[in-house]
Design a protein around this ligand. Structure first.
Ligand code: HEM
Ligand code: HEM
Length: 395
């Protein structure tokens, strides 16, 4: 038994590669399907779902690297000759399926990985080399495109595997030839005097099917993603907000997940000179349903967390007071039915009639009954960092 392939059988290295990838994929694929369908309505079920996803992703990344090694080896090696070269259609289908498998060995883990790198939070890959990928931005649109491609490509892969296994069994049980044995035991199959013709057509067909799959994945579906935050300027006050972002950062499974509210408005009265120790007042009204928080947006909006169905608005009403390093807005945040005193320190730069402010504060989700069933910090941290940046014009 040789390490190398011959025209009569697969060598030890090719067989080790084949069965290692086969075993990893036959584990990773069901884990992906199971992880996707697991519920996440309690802290325990969410933690379990994340574990299954992490296992899925970690196995998937291993598949990617093993697959690269395997493909490199296959390029260097001879391919055992088909045992029935005269069965032209059967041979063509077998080669098409082999190409489908080779392409999916790279395309499936890569799209999963890009999806993972583009979306923030939830279920890390269990390894020390970071969670991002070079050239992959953190973007909802990229994540959605890669996620859809992952879904479609896994379906092409699963169909190919089913056809592939059916073919192997057919050779073994019906033809009773050495096709399966030469991949399992390295049995030397009888030499076939009739050479098989090689054409590029199976490869082109496989590439076209994946191209078609990518096209299907790119079809628009569902609601468009809101990428441009809208800040509605409230009419009162002497400053009108023209642009701004309202961001929150939470710790989920040990990772920081940042997101933002797309729709909010601010009613600001501000004078450079304080009257009775006060520079003015501010009221910020936030549409809680406009929150986008990476892969956990739906969960964040659910009844356990922001409960946007029951509490569609959050309101922060505050006085603007002078502070050691700039100003602070000191008042009450009404969120999810709870009224909590909040102070937001901020810096302000006024250039003529344009003001730019940047502020940050920290909240404790427990004060608002957010994630009450998540009693410790193992899934979701207690602290929430709020960042506000805005530009306003004097009216
Ligand atoms: C060869 C390796 C892989 C295989 C065979 C595979 C297979 C699958 C399957 C079958 C699903 C379920 C799709 C469905 O619900 O029907 C899935 C989902 C998923 N996989 Fe993979 N996967 C692989 C690698 C990866 C990698 C490397 C990552 C990330 C690093 C990843 C991330 C995901 C994610 C995030 C989902 C859920 C997608 C969603 O929410 O729409 N996968 N995968
Ligand atoms: C129980 C499952 C599997 C069985 C019984 C099986 C069986 C076989 C056999 C018998 C061959 C040799 C075909 C020949 O000599 O013409 C083969 C080749 C191959 N298998 Fe599998 N296989 C399985 C799973 C997989 C999986 C999951 C993958 C990858 C996703 C895979 C990818 C391939 C590829 C790419 C080849 C072609 C090797 C070459 O370039 O010559 N197989 N398989």
């Amino acid at each position: 038994m040789s390490a190398r392939n011959s025209h009569r059988s697969y060598g030890r290295v090719a067989r080790l590669f084949h069965w290692t990838t086969a075993a990893l994929i036959l584990l990773a694929a069901p884990l992906g399907i199971i992880a996707n369908r697991l519920p996440y309505d309690t802290a325990q079920s969410l933690a379990f779902k994340a574990q299954v996803f992490s296992l899925h992703k970690t196995l998937g990344v291993v598949v990617f690297f093993v697959a690269l090694g395997r493909i490199l080896w296959a390029l260097l090696e001879a391919h055992p000759a088909p045992l029935h070269p005269e069965r032209r259609l059967e041979l063509w289908v077998a080669r098409l399926v082999h190409w489908m498998l080779y392409i999916s060995l790279v395309a499936v883990p890569l799209t999963g990985w890009v999806h993972h790198a583009a979306v923030t939070g939830f279920a890390p890959i269990w390894w020390p080399f970071g969670q991002g990928l070079p050239f992959v931005p953190q973007s909802e649109a990229v994540a959605q495109a890669a996620g859809s491609a992952h879904w479609v490509f896994t379906k092409l892969m699963i169909v190919s595997i089913i056809l592939h296994i059916a073919g192997a069994l057919k050779h073994h049980v019906i033809d009773r030839d050495d096709t399966l044995r030469r991949m399992t035991l390295g049995t030397l199959a009888p030499a076939n005097p009739v050479p098989a013709r090689r054409t590029a057509l199976p490869l082109l067909t496989a590439a076209a099917l994946f191209g078609l799959g990518a096209g299907v994945a790119a079809l628009p579906r569902g609601e468009p993603i809101t990428t441009t935050p809208t800040v509605a300027a409230a009419p009162a006050g002497n400053w009108q907000v023209s642009a701004g972002t309202l961001t929150i950062g939470v710790t989920q499974m040990g990772q920081t997940v940042t997101g933002s509210f797309a729709n909010w408005s601010a009613d600001i009265t501000f004078n450079e000179v304080a009257t009775e120790g006060r520079h003015g007042t501010v009221t910020v009204t936030i549409d809680t349903g406009s929150l986008a928080l990476g892969s956990i947006t739906a969960q964040a909006k659910s009844a356990d967390f922001f409960d946007v169905a029951a509490f569609p608005q959050a309101v922060f009403t505050a006085d603007i007071l002078p502070a050691a390093s700039g100003y602070e807005a000191t008042g009450t945040l009404t969120l999810r039915g709870a009224e909590v005193p909040v102070t937001l320190p901020f810096t302000l730069t006024i250039d003529g009639d344009t003001a730019t402010m940047t502020g940050q504060t920290s909240l404790d989700r427990r004060d608002f009954g957010i994630g009450a069933s998540y009693g410790d910090e193992s899934s979701v941290g207690f602290g929430v960092v709020v960042d506000v940046d805005l530009t306003a014009n004097r009216s």
